[in-house]
Design a protein around this ligand. Structure first.
Ligand SMILES: [Zn+2]
Length: 184
């Protein structure tokens, strides 16, 4: 084989490898987008408000390099939480509801000093906020009225459920059937 032919062959092989790698990369990205949007739960009006990515996101996990990928059972629980609580809440309030913490791996839960029996470990709970604590009382009131939650917790902030004005965020969990902890 002449050196010119060899050169052309090498370029051809390199081009094929580049195309394969690029196609694989594209497929992976597309899969990621599909996973984050389509495998999640459309609301009654057909909107996707909460992605799997958001339900697994944690600033603490990112900071300490902790893996926080929900296993399939936890993904199913997250879907139930979104379908029965988060989507209806989002549509009732008509404004973005932010998830500060959804699913937590055991390692992440330990790092944030969550309870050993935390419903975040099974994907059954989320800490939610409207970003402005004063508005978080709206979340609390709506959840109480609907009574679809398993447990809600008024997290810090100004006052308490009995006396208070607003929580910093609201912890809400959903379970089928309800556990016996369904008191605020
Ligand atoms: Zn919580």
């Amino acid at each position: 084989m002449s050196s010119k032919k060899l050169k052309i062959s090498l370029i051809a092989i390199a081009t094929i490898i580049i195309i394969i790698v690029a196609a694989y990369g594209f497929k992976k990205i597309r899969y990621k987008i599909m996973r984050s949007k389509e495998t999640f739960v459309p609301s009654e009006s057909g909107n996707n408000y909460f992605s799997l990515e958001e339900m697994q996101h944690s600033d603490t996990a990112k900071k300490y390099g902790i893996s926080n990928i929900a296993p399939p059972e936890a993904v199913e629980n997250l879907k139930l939480l979104i379908k029965n609580v988060l989507n209806p809440l989002r549509e009732a309030l008509g404004e973005p509801v932010y998830v500060a913490s959804g699913y937590r791996s055991a390692k992440l839960n330990e790092t944030v000093r969550g309870s050993d029996a935390s419903d975040h470990l099974t994907g059954q709970a989320a800490d939610i906020t409207l970003k402005n604590p004063k508005d978080n009382k709206k979340i609390w009131d709506w959840l109480l009225r609907q009574n679809k939650y398993d447990q809600i917790i008024w997290e810090k902030g100004n006052g308490s459920p009995a006396t208070g004005t607003y929580p910093d965020w609201v912890h809400v969990s959903y379970a089928e059937p309800k556990s016996l902890r369904n008191l605020p």
